[in-house]
Design a protein around this ligand. Structure first.
Ligand SMILES: NC(=O)c1ccc[n+]([C@@H]2O[C@H](COP(=O)([O-])OP(=O)(O)OC[C@H]3O[C@@H](n4cnc5c(N)ncnc54)[C@H](OP(=O)(O)O)[C@@H]3O)[C@@H](O)[C@H]2O)c1
Length: 312
């Protein structure tokens, strides 16, 4: 893995990738680099305006790109269902090679999704849980398929609370973010276990970007109209964070490099913060079979997405 970078991405011709949150930051770079190596990419974004603009930018960055925008709001299960149904209706050949569960929100003030879930848990975990389950039949039909879910080193701040998944009893924004990112890792753990039990060759893996300059850090202050904090966040990013292009490398590695193991967690090598991709440290609780099974069952109950092919 030494010094692995975007030029090491193997040829992706003939492969199709769905990237959530592809209009910005890590998601945009991931889609762009996959397209540069020949993949057909689907930019799955919640805003028509931002998604369309990203598609134009991608086509200008990579004139040979085969890319399209499709609307997906992970904070609304009806939108997730519509995305999967329209994707099926429009054909798109038989398979799906790469699903990149990248979209995310961080440390927002308390809000609920359209379905009444706390937003960070709802978008970061439940939305992706539902999307993956609905696209799974296609992934299962595709030899060499991979599912990469983007978590964060910040997951170490908090394990999920099975008694209060939606932070109904108490809400602390950073703890809720950390819990949603622990949920991402527990999801990957359980998904990998269930795929292995079925004898599937799909690789379900996790990645994180360290600290990368994107819109993530300024989103909450922007939402709250705290302009000075927003400016400070953006300035701090410029000084301390690595570029989004470097932050996307762990995702691109997990999605395309040879020998990536199921349930692995790839992040930047330098203190988990910056640099080329390497094996990342993860909290023990994200490898707990009982917890991952319980979260899986709760997520099936909350989303109504059954994962029939992987039922125990
Ligand atoms: N940047 C970092 O330092 C860092 C560190 C650790 C982990 N991460 C993780 O990296 C991933 C990508 O974040 P980023 O840093 O690239 O931030 P970003 O630039 O803010 O990108 C986040 C993306 O998620 C999308 N999104 C938010 N809510 C959504 C929803 N309800 N439905 C669909 N898409 C939605 C955003 O869309 P809009 O543009 O419409 O809001 C945007 O495209 C996240 O999972 C984040 O937790 C980032």
């Amino acid at each position: 893995m030494t010094g692995w970078n975007a030029s090491d991405i193997p040829d992706q011709s003939g492969r199709t990738a769905v990237v959530t949150g592809a209009n910005s930051g890590i998601g945009y770079v991931t889609a762009r680099e996959l397209a540069r190596r020949g993949a057909r990419v689907v930019l799955a974004c919640r805003s028509v305006e931002r998604g369309t603009r990203a598609l134009e930018e991608l086509r200008s960055d990579v004139p040979s790109a085969v890319a399209e925008f499709r609307r997906l709001d992970l904070g609304d299960l009806s939108s997730v269902r519509e995305f999967a149904a329209s994707y099926d209706r429009d054909g798109h050949g038989e398979g799906l090679d790469l699903l990149i569960n990248n979209a995310g929100v961080m440390a927002l003030p308390y809000r609920q999704t359209a379905d009444g879930f706390e937003t960070q848990f709802g978008v970061n975990h439940l939305g992706h849980f539902a999307l993956t389950g609905l696209l799974l039949p296609r992934l299962l039909r595709t030899p060499g398929a991979r599912i990469v879910t983007v978590s964060s080193a910040v997951h170490v701040l908090a394990n999920i609370d099975m008694g209060d998944l939606n932070s109904a009893r108490s809400y602390r924004r950073w703890i809720a973010y950390a819990r949603s990112k622990s949920a991402n890792l527990l999801f990957v753990h359980e998904l990998a276990r269930r795929l292995a039990a079925r004898g599937s060759g799909i690789v379900a893996a996790a990645a994180h970007p360290g600290y990368a300059e994107t819109n993530l850090q300024a989103a909450a202050p922007k939402m709250e109209g705290r302009k000075i904090v927003e400016r400070v966040m953006r300035l701090g990013n410029r000084v301390v964070a690595q570029p989004a292009a470097t932050g996307a490398l762990p995702t691109l590695y997990a999605a395309t490099a040879r020998g990536v193991r199921p349930d692995s967690f790839t992040g930047p090598r330098v203190l988990g913060w910056q640099g080329a991709p390497g094996k990342s440290w993860r909290a023990r609780w994200t490898l707990n079979d009982t917890a991952s099974e319980r979260l899986w069952s709760a997520s099936v109950g909350l989303t109504g997405v059954e994962y029939g092919a992987l039922r125990r």
